[in-house]
Design a protein around this ligand. Sequence first.
Ligand code: GYE
Length: 344
Amino acid sequence: MKNEKRLVMALIVLIVMFLTLLGASGDFENATPPQTTEEESVPLDEDLIVVGFSQLGSESVWRATHTESIQNALSKEHGFFLQYSNARQKQENQIKAIRGFISQRVDYIVFAPFMEEGWETVLMEAKNAGIPVILVDRKIAGSEDLYTTFIGSDMEAEGRKAGEWLEAEESRNPLNGDESLNIVMLTGPVGSTSQIGRSKGFLEVARKHPNWKILAQESGDFTVVKGKETMEKLLRQHEDIDVVVSQNDEMTFGAMEAISEAGLTTGIYGKMKIISFDGVKDALELVDNGKINCDVECNPLQGELLAEVIQRLEVGKTVEKEYFVDELVFTKENVRDYLNDRVY
Ligand code: GYE
């Protein structure tokens, strides 16, 4: 009995050493699979689909949730071996990570592009290596041939929803009559899909209203600190801000701090209307207590859909060029129905 146990232990050690060596050389394809028994439910590494995932950073709760959703869905239990790399908001780090995945000859490259421009060279390298690329969250500029599919949000639609909410609100309860409605926009990093799409969608609606005045569009980098700093600056520059359109909840939290430190109030009982994006739990609570007027949802739970799409590709099924996740608009009227179930 003791000897048998030892033998099993020795075998396990050997298998682990074998897998470590294999991981180091990255040569998954040419490996002979080690022996496996019928009862094993967790697939051995050789059967796993190897995915390199380059996340752009960890600037927001949305981002952390997005990362976790992908890590959970692409787990060993589900048949994946995930290599995760965080680029910390630097495109060059993402390019490096993608090159690393190519040299390891992963089965798929998944990445959330920080910016839209600047991917041609590295994605040509992936294409030449025969590795399918899946975009998540944000898109790239240029040829659609450089990636297999996209999974994420329709950012332009989100921007439009924000504009349409303001349009409806103004027709119910016009703030300044026909006088100008002064709007400032806190945007995401300029050149990212979230900034481009949300701005475009909102401005499309704004253009229909001659009295909507866009006083400023400034990036707050999707962070609390930069959101606050930018809002402080805008409050110094403009006396009569009626509406703040803030392209993510973190910047909204920062902006609201700046606004309240300036002695001003926000929301349905306050002076400034606040429109935010993402819909994380802390923000939905502020919608519920009336401090944020409207929060346009951006759904970070993209992992399961991503896993499904990869499984389809694995068996040679066709996939769509883009998949959009479902998203709502939250206001005081409906937020209670969703608040309790919000996990992030
Ligand atoms: O809104 C923001 C995050 O690209 C949709 O990036 C994403 C945005 C999200 O940092 O919170």
